[in-house]
Design a protein around this ligand. Sequence first.
Ligand code: HEC
Ligand code: HEC
Ligand code: HEC
Ligand code: HEC
Ligand code: HEC
Ligand code: HEC
Ligand code: HEC
Length: 272
Amino acid sequence: MNKEKFTRWHLLTLGCLTVLFIVFLSGNPGVVRAQDPSVLVQSLPSSSPTGTDSSPKCLGCHKYRENHHPVDIVPAQPANYPFPLYNGKIMCLTCHIEDHLGSVNLLRGGPYLDEREFCFKCHSEGNYAKIDPHIMLDGHGNILNVNGRPVCLFCHLVKPNPATDRTGDVLFRADVAFLCWRCHPSMANPLFFKEHFLVTPSMEMRRYINEQEQRLQVTIPLVPRDRITCSTCHNPHQKGVIIYSPSASGADALHRLRLPADEICIVCHNVM
Ligand code: HEC
Ligand code: HEC
Ligand code: HEC
Ligand code: HEC
Ligand code: HEC
Ligand code: HEC
Ligand code: HEC
């Protein structure tokens, strides 16, 4: 390419990028607002009942009314709340900032080295310390209670019926990882965790997983949202709770893994 041609290409590319940038900004007024410090102060949400809430905007792209952290809830002690409330309720913007260019997961006051540091600004770690929700049965096949309700409701929104319900039928009180983080940090191996958590396997891998599930008679649940989460690899249930045998695999096993640590990788990774 000669020099003149190069310059023309260069200008053309620059022009396109400028137009794209302007389109991007006008389509994302929030980005502009957040970068202007004077407006930023003004648009900071207030915890007064009249505080404007743009959480409905988030829901247009992220269908997170279910299977995330619960929203639309009035906290027990709203006074001195660590984060803003909207109409007295916890909404998306209670925990998130609006700016998509912000910190990881746009968490208020973030980034956090450990996401549980964030949880315990509102939850009390001590409330969970005495509970082992993996012990579900009393030895006679009866379901134990936690806080006066069947242990199932510690994680599930509706008590599942093991005779009929499979992965995909059950409802949760929060996205799976939120259920677990109440008591567990994310895994000891941060690199392994980062490579897998909330990743959606490719179509090719999905087909392979289906074959392996048949061959090894194991369920590898990608619920909800077709992504890898804690329960994809771990089975949190006590032996005897889940009846359908491929889904029961891993109950009470070492690390509660659905297959032993040296085998579970080949359910998804075709290393042949
Ligand atoms: C009580 C706090 C809290 C509330 C309320 C909340 N979130 Fe989150 N959200 C989090 C935390 C913590 C994470 C980070 C989880 C992680 O480390 O992957 C997160 C992650 C996310 C993610 C990225 C990870 C994913 O699962 O895709 C999106 C998108 C998201 N939130 C959107 C929303 C929307 C939309 C709402 C309102 C319906 C909302 N959040 C309400 C705490 C909250
Ligand atoms: C126009 C669509 C759209 C709207 C509106 C929107 N988002 Fe997103 N958001 C996305 C896309 C696309 C991504 C990146 C892909 C993904 O992770 O799903 C994303 C990513 C995120 C993430 C993960 C960021 C990370 O660190 O990985 C969070 C958290 C999030 N959005 C929260 C919100 C919140 C809170 C709102 C409301 C203020 C909101 N989003 C509004 C489209 C949108
Ligand atoms: C802004 C405050 C706030 C933050 C931050 C927060 N939560 Fe919550 N969370 C609540 C409130 C309030 C409820 C409603 C139930 C209650 O009163 O305990 C709730 C409910 C839940 C539930 C549903 C089950 C239940 O106990 O009702 C789970 C699971 C949960 N939170 C986990 C987490 C995890 C994990 C984090 C951190 C990633 C987190 N929360 C961060 C305030 C918060
Ligand atoms: C510590 C949290 C937790 C508790 C407590 C819990 N579950 Fe679950 N349950 C999960 C998760 C996460 C899944 C999703 C993984 C899956 O699809 O198997 C699930 C899935 C299920 C499924 C679908 C299994 C399948 O075929 O894949 C059934 C049935 C079920 N649970 C029944 C119960 C019953 C009955 C109880 C109470 C005795 C209970 N669970 C208690 C977290 C829990
Ligand atoms: C892709 C599979 C996979 C996912 C996803 C996954 N784990 Fe693990 N987890 C493992 C394996 C494999 C081990 C055993 C590690 C070893 O042998 O050193 C393990 C070990 C653990 C242990 C035992 C202590 C430790 O860290 O070694 C805990 C607790 C645990 N995981 C919790 C979780 C939680 C909570 C999540 C979700 C936030 C999660 N895991 C997601 C595969 C997974
Ligand atoms: C209320 C607290 C609590 C919650 C919530 C909870 N666990 Fe546990 N978990 C425990 C306790 C206590 C133990 C150790 C005793 C045992 O294994 O039963 C444990 C043990 C484990 C182990 C074995 C750790 C090892 O070192 O081998 C794994 C894996 C695990 N849990 C995964 C999960 C997953 C996945 C979830 C979410 C679906 C979850 N847990 C939710 C309290 C909790
Ligand atoms: C539930 C399916 C699943 C399981 C189980 C699983 N992986 Fe993965 N793994 C993935 C997906 C999806 C990715 C993202 C990249 C991709 O699509 O290949 C990934 C990425 C990786 C990467 C990053 C390099 C790459 O290929 O992008 C390594 C290394 C890895 N996995 C190793 C392991 C090991 C070791 C185990 C067993 C302890 C394991 N995986 C278990 C699904 C899985």
